[in-house]
Ligand binder design. Sequence first.
Ligand code: XUL
Length: 629
Amino acid sequence: MTSSTSLYESSKSLYLGFDLSTQQLKIIVTNDALQALNTYHVEFDAQFKSKYGVTKGVLSIDNELEQGAIVSPVFMWLDSIDYVFGLMNEDEFPFDKVVGISGSCQQHGSVFWSQDSEQILSKLGENINQSLSEQLKTGFTFENSPNWQDHSTGKELKEFEEAIGVDELSEISGSRAHYRFTGLQIRKLATRTNPKKYQETWRISLVSSFVASILLGKVVNIEESDACGMNLYDIPHQKFNDELLALAAGVHPKIDNVTEEETKNGIANLKQKLGEISPITYENEGSISSYFQSKYGFKDHCKIYSFTGDNLATIISLPLAPNDCLLSLGTSTTVLIITKNYKPSSQYHLFKHPTMRDEYMGMICYCNGSLAREKIRDKVNQKYQIEDEKSWDKFNQILDSNEKFNNKLGIYFPLGEIVPNASAQTTRAILNPSTNEIKVAELNSSHWNVDDDVSSIVESQALSCRLRAGPMLSKSSGNEDSRESSVTPDKENLAAIYKDLTTKFDGDLITDGKAQTLESLTARPNRCFYVGGASNNTSIIKRMGSILGPVNGNYKVEIPNACALGGAYKASWSHECELKGDWIDYNDYINRLFDVNQELESFEVHDHWIDYFNGVGLLAKMEQTLKHD
Ligand code: XUL
């Protein structure tokens, strides 16, 4: 490998952003000007398959106790840290220039430290010829960390829902119960798969706080925004919720048949294992430990800033302001929204924002994204005998030729859907706008052919997002300002539209068990950013934009290394705040990177936001008839 030291010559200080994801560890190097200078990485399968037996970075366990368990080997992560720093060493990387490190890690996973770990961690620097995994051989009670793809906690999910209630749990922790969430995973270990090892555990980290702990040589607290992915943290009260802790520890008074004393002790014990939550901050957690200083040449001025979850890191890799939406259009669709508004729902997640104290990140995860659209593309190509089966040309041509809502809508879930929670199904309906009657339609009937599916799938996917984003966007201050925009009717008009809509659809429009309000139905995003596979399809994102109706534009973005970059920017922003001794608004900071209008690719859409109110109503009504498992 040729040395790339010249890359770093002109930068006085450097920052490292980690991205520990499912399949690789990547480290990105940035400087004070927020320039990305280089990346180093290791792919787990390529490097560690023989040692750890992983496939796509994980191990699947399917025994009677743990059907659908998916885990990642903790020692593989340790080896990967040594490995990537080793690559940097070979590259003569100037470790002494690094002044800040932070990073992004897969969310929800947990690491269980043994009683030995405190001592081992503090002495890592005395044995730099031994690797991290050799030294930490007895450092963990469980050598594997539950992975976010794990589905083995069905029993615990039911218990959390039974004890707390779906909506109540969302109100408290920002999300309903999910298989992968840390609290359920802990309960599985503590009550079912290995209570003894759970008891022996000294501390529990999330993946993010685990990596920070390794770098620091001491176990650090869990970072607040990532803590919101545990189903344990009470977001409004900013502390762990005792009843949820009791559930995770297997000492819940209703479910676990225990004495009051056992409940009290079990909660206290888990609290001690989890430690405190570090509130959102720019303050460092300490200098990189002597192991890394002696082995690689880092200096004491290299500070570790709290690591966070990967979705949280993604939003800070871009200049996202309040009410901005980032739509990631891959196999599944993930929508990330910046909001001041804590309006929890069982259908999406709310997390604290990792760098802005008064903001939250909303996350809507849909299962059915591009796969569902591709099925319709294939049918269209069959009908028109298009030679290239995978071509989007015909699909796009049909989509572009029907620009306005024609009162037809379909719901296409080839896979069971999370949002709204429904089994695999397809349903189509037509609204008669003069009588307000809704009729179910069949494909290949006189009322509906496959061409109708084209607009209909893009519309229903965007409308679903509009319905769920609404409650998060409403009442946010940025949005109020934006409403002055010329494309938005004034408040009286909106009130009239809302009244008309609710009359037309017989009263309240209910989504996800809650009535939509004037505010939630008429809230518009500030800007929409599109990333991932389908963001390259202009026809699709234009139609989505015309339905979602952001008041300040639609942008297509490419953010390779978004997670790692988010980590590096978190480090450099924190460092700058520390130099100033006060908060620097993260938006002001990150906007130095992009002047959005100049550097990102914006595209014009025809604004049909108002024309789609009927679509909003129709989708809300259709969702009420969906089948569940
Ligand atoms: C988010 C989630 C995934 C992982 C991927 O809730 O489970 O996005 O964070 O690493």
